[in-house]
Design a protein around this ligand. Structure first.
Ligand SMILES: Nc1ncnc2c1ncn2[C@@H]1O[C@H](COP(=O)(O)OP(=O)(O)O)[C@@H](O)[C@H]1O
Ligand SMILES: [Mg+2]
Length: 260
């Protein structure tokens, strides 16, 4: 199921990846034997309860963390991957600099990477339009709602045109209706941008609604419990949650999490 013979080469391949946090006298296994492939352009949901190692796995993919066992391969010799340039990250909090206008916030990664600024400005404006913030370029973060700030942080994560977008519970702090709206917006942004996205959530419905694939992690002890493709059509709408097949996928996850 994961790799058919005519499938494109995976963009990311994890094989038996484990990570141990070493404490004084006590080691803690945070990720154990994570094995899955990510096809280019897919949107992979990493779902599981708090503490199951989702953020740790994301940090490994971002090149922020080493790992103790197994192999992580991103890109290929023909298309080498540089985590410093090729990753965009979105966190639960928008983390905008409050003294900078929205456009200047979006430009930050381009400044840090020393990219040509005239082109970056144009790209930042286009990205703000894509995330629905045209006209808000010169506002300060406090003038935007939480959902709008999170849109700005998505634009910022894309400004340097990364190959991989890593999102760590990006909508976890939003109210339920804003989160619903952002889910649909993210699907549109994903389709328009063509990016490969790894999306971390503890929301089972969100994982299935968004994912082309779902990876289920469980804690105590850390384990990768399942990995499957979500065979539901695009473009997806919220009403898809009423589809019996959608219910089968969420039930499969609840079962793995011991919640059925
Ligand atoms: N720097 C660290 N040192 C020691 N333990 C850590 C560290 N970071 C995370 N952990 C532990 O590893 C486990 C997985 O953490 P994390 O990847 O943040 O989980 P999640 O994002 O799924 O909530 C948790 O039990 C957490 O307490
Ligand atoms: Mg986390």
């Amino acid at each position: 199921m994961l790799v058919s013979p005519d499938a494109p080469a995976p963009f990311i391949r994890l094989q038996g990846v484990s990570k141990v946090y070493r404490g004084r006298g006590q080691d803690f296994l945070a990720v154990s034997d994570a094995t899955f492939d990510v096809a280019p352009g897919s949107l992979v949901s990493l779902v599981g309860p708090s503490g199951c190692g989702k953020s740790t796995l994301l940090k490994i993919l971002a090149g922020l963390h080493g790992h103790d066992d197994g192999q992580v391969t991103i890109g290929s010799p023909q298309h080498p991957f540089d985590p410093g340039r090729d990753v965009g990250m979105v966190f639960q909090a928008p983390l905008l600099l409050k003294w900078r206008r929205i456009l200047e916030n979006v430009l930050l990664p381009a400044e840090i990477l020393g990219l040509p600024m005239a082109a970056a400005r144009e790209r930042a404006r286009a990205l703000l339009a894509m995330v629905g913030l045209a006209g808000f370029e010169d506002k300060y973060p406090y003038e935007l709602s939480g959902g709008m700030q999170q849109r700005a942080s998505i634009a910022r994560a894309l400004v340097h045109d990364p190959k991989l977008l890593l999102m760590d519970e990006p909508f976890g702090a939003l109210d339920a209706l804003t989160r619903d709206r952002m889910n649909i917006e993210l699907l549109r942004i994903w389709q328009e941008s063509g990016k490969t996205i790894i999306f971390v959530t503890h929301g089972v419905q969100e994982a299935v609604l968004l994912g082309t694939q779902v990876v289920v992690l469980t804690a105590g002890p850390a384990r990768m419990a399942d990995h499957f493709n979500v065979d539901l059509p695009h473009p997806r709408r919220l009403a898809l949650r009423n589809d019996p097949k959608f219910g089968e996928y969420t039930q499969r996850i609840y079962h793995l999490l011991g919640l059925d």
